[in-house]
Design a protein around this ligand. Structure first.
Ligand code: ADP
Length: 471
């Protein structure tokens, strides 16, 4: 290091670009100790440069710091507003250094906004789907506690969401098998389905499907989807009961016909009197069989909605008289008086004339069947607001109170033997009910055992309102 003298050096750091770096100027301190006398132009220039170099950097640096701090504040403000979901704020002032940042912020805002909107849209769709699903959906944690449930689940279990969130599903499902299956789903990570019944608060048949829920690789709980299959099971039961009933109803006359035929074949046909008797019994059973099939087909057409009603204006008073005249011979034969009492100002009704005639025939026919000789049948009609009420009253055997709610059911008979003996199929009143309800009316019965019954139905009076299918 010989020959090198230690000397103080003054460093000036001058910003060369905004962020690219700094220009380092160094002047040996020895130069600053030169005497001022005898300075040449060259010295003075050098001095001016040095003074300038000394003064400019602090002033420029200060301004730059202020400028950067402002920019940072603006960026912070913009990010804060992004956080609040306001993506309109991308203005970073006019500074040219912020231009690139401004463009990037604008793009970030647009992309964030798009992602947020699509997330919100997906969330909205999911919520709408869950809210309008007929199936109950419960999200359970790994211990079987309810994290979320949809309105259908609230309805099925008759609970309120705020009351059951965080509670164990067993507290609302009350089913140990379901719990067992849930444990299996949580332990083995596979889906399960189970059908179970609830007796309270109402009888329900429910089907639960359970599936594991994952967050990444980890299984965090299970999804329980509940279908209320009560109606489905009830319909299934009704259908099989119906098939059993129909088979039974068809078998009865068939067995009788076969029995009579066998008796004839065994020799009863030799006596013309006996033969005639058996043949007439067979004829009656065959008629019953075809009446039953007719009624069954009619009912099935009505129930499946395949019957097209021809709605129009019907003079109901006139129709009551017509039906009464048609059935009068039978009433006379049974020793019954049949009267029709219709006020002259009865308004016309809106309905299908042939189907309304069928209703009246069934009701008057029943009155004849279930009224002992010497009795009286009255067919009456009266206006009641927007409807006309028709009543078929008899002084017959009546119906026990406990049977009243069921007489409109298919095949329901109070006294099976009596119904069969009079050629009844047990379907007449169900057909009546279907037809009246298709007219928008209602049917009913009042009865006292041993005193008589009054069957009634309503039909809308003809007015400006039109029914479906009406010309
Ligand atoms: P059915 O062909 O057996 O008459 P319905 O469906 O017409 O079948 O009637 C069902 C049951 O209601 C009848 O079996 C009978 O027990 C009872 N019923 C109907 N009408 C009367 C009535 N006017 N008086 C007494 N019982 C009646």
């Amino acid at each position: 290091m010989k020959g090198l003298r230690r000397q103080a050096v003054l460093y000036f750091l001058v910003p060369a670009a905004v962020v690219a770096g700094a220009l380092a100027l160094s002047v040996p301190m020895g130069l600053l100790t030169v005497r001022t006398e005898g300075l040449g132009l060259g010295h003075l220039l050098l001095l001016a440069v040095l003074v300038g170099a000394l003064l400019v950097p602090p002033v420029g640096g200060y301004r730059l710091t202020i400028h950067l701090a402002n920019l940072l504040d603006e960026v912070r403000e913009v990010i804060r507003r992004f956080g609040e979901g306001d993506f309109s704020a991308t203005g970073l002032g006019p500074a040219p250094e912020a231009a690139e940042l401004r463009v990037q912020m604008g793009e970030t805002a647009r992309s964030l906004q798009e992602q947020l909107y699509s997330l919100l849209a997906e969330k909205g769709q999911l919520e709408a789907m869950l809210a309008h699903m007929a199936e109950g959906v419960l999200l359970l944690d790994h211990k079987g506690r309810i994290l979320a449930l949809n309105p259908a689940a609230e309805g099925i279990f008759q609970v309120r969401r705020e009351e059951v969130l965080g509670r164990y599903h067993l507290e609302i499902t009350h089913n140990s098998e379901l719990e067992e299956r849930l444990r299996r789903v949580l332990a083995e990570g596979r889906s399960e389905a189970v059908e179970f019944t609830r007796a309270w608060p109402q009888e329900q048949v429910l089907e639960a499907r359970l599936a594991p829920v994952y967050r990444g690789e980890e299984q965090v709980g299970a999804l329980m989807v509940i279908h209320d299959i009560t109606r489905f099971r009830r319909l299934e039961r009704m259908r099989s009961e119906f098939v059993a009933n129909v088979s039974h109803e068809l078998r009865t006359p068939l067995t009788a016909i076969r029995g009579f035929a066998e008796t004839l074949l065994e020799g009863a046909d030799e006596d013309p009197e006996t033969r005639r008797h058996f043949l007439s019994l067979m004829h009656k059973e065959a008629q019953r069989l075809s009446a039953l099939i007719e009624d069954l087909l009619d009912l099935s057409r009505l129930e499946s909605g395949r019957v097209r009603f021809q709605f129009g204006e019907v003079a109901l008073g006139e129709l009551c008289h017509e039906v009464a005249e048609r059935l009068r011979p039978r009433a006379d034969q049974a020793g019954l008086s049949l009267r029709v009492e219709i006020p002259p100002d009865l308004p016309p009704v809106r309905g299908d004339r042939d189907r309304l005639a069928q209703v009246l025939i069934n009701l008057v026919d029943n009155a004849i069947k279930y009224t002992p000789s010497g009795g009286e049948i009255r067919v009456m009609a009266r206006p009641e607001g927007a409807v006309v009420r028709v009543l078929v009253q008899d002084t017959g055997i009546g119906i026990p109170r406990s049977d009243l709610p069921r007489v409109f059911e298919r095949f329901y008979r109070v006294d099976k033997a009596r119904s069969r003996a009079s050629g009844g199929t047990g379907l007449g009143l169900s057909i009546v009910k279907h037809i009246v309800e298709a007219h928008g009316g209602e049917v009913g019965v009042e009865s006292e055992l041993g005193k008589g019954s009054t069957f009634f139905f309503t039909v809308p009076a003809a007015g400006p309102t039109r029914l479906p299918g009406e010309e």
